[in-house]
Design a protein around this ligand. Structure first.
Ligand SMILES: C[S@@+](CC[C@H](N)C(=O)[O-])C[C@H]1O[C@@H](n2cnc3c(N)ncnc32)[C@H](O)[C@@H]1O
Length: 239
């Protein structure tokens, strides 16, 4: 089990924005379950979708849960211009970094909003997101333990961030994948972010009743290593 008291991500380190439009059936997604992290995966998603009914975000780190709640409360009470001015303020960023509560890298996405934080790129998206905060429930705890309490075939989208990359976060064991699969609706999707070899990861999921629907593979690139984590994105569905 991961250490609950590690720093948190203030903003996501996953450049997922350009992968989102690659999904067919996105507009059918009503119920989402996912890792909270910095909350940005779901903020980006909701900024461009209105049909979602409920989102459950789970994180083992109390600070991640608090970070997402704080961002929601801040965004709710801010205009698009106000929030962008605040986030660009170096003094504000410096004081947050000084607390050592958040990874310093987690402020870098502010310089690449189009790839990481699309909800901050237009007033329309930001306002659309703001209307939907009441759909988000934040739960502190273990991803699999909390997932067990839901009915089978319940979620249209399960977002696992990169927890399958770390044996102490969540292993790719058959019993874990069976649980995740059982909670996905018939046409549901599983989004896996990974630094592992995407082909190897796909093989593991295929052996456990999934098939790939979309994939964006990234390998280590020395020229990008300063600003980008070499995550690949796998969108899987049940066979
Ligand atoms: C490595 S971090 C990466 C942050 C993430 N990439 C993002 O964009 O926000 C993954 C997050 O998953 C959480 N986590 C890891 N294992 C977990 C588990 N078994 N249950 C719930 N949360 C978990 C960590 O606390 C952390 O916030």
């Amino acid at each position: 089990m991961t250490n609950k008291n590690l720093p948190a991500w203030f903003f996501t380190n996953e450049a997922l924005v350009n992968f989102l439009p690659a999904w067919t059936g996105r507009e059918e997604i009503r119920k989402i379950y996912g890792i909270a992290g910095g909350g940005d995966f779901v903020f980006n998603f909701l900024a461009e979708a209105n049909q979602v009914e409920t989102v459950t975000l789970v994180d083992i780190r109390p600070l991640s849960c608090l970070t997402v709640k704080t961002k929601i409360d801040l965004f709710k009470r801010s205009s698009f211009t106000e929030i962008n001015n605040l986030l660009a303020d170096k003094v504000w960023q410096k004081s947050l970094k000084k607390t050592k509560q958040w990874y310093p890298d987690s402020f870098k996405p502010l310089t690449r909003k189009a790839e990481y934080l699309s909800y901050l790129t237009s007033e329309e998206k930001f306002e659309n997101l703001k209307k939907q905060f009441s759909k988000i429930k934040i739960v502190e705890g273990d991803f699999l333990e909390k997932l067990k309490s839901f009915d089978d075939d319940y979620f249209d989208l399960i977002y696992t961030s990169d927890i399958f990359d770390h044996e102490n976060y969540c292993s790719c064991r058959a019993e874990n994948l069976k649980l995740v699969r059982s909670k996905m609706s018939k046409n549901g999707s599983l989004l896996v972010v990974t630094q592992n070899q995407s082909r190897e990861m796909i093989k593991i999921f295929e052996a456990n009743g999934f098939q790939p629907k979309a994939c964006e593979a990234h390998c280590f690139n020395i020229f990008k290593a300063f600003w980008r984590y070499d995550y690949s994105f796998l969108l899987l569905e049940k066979i």
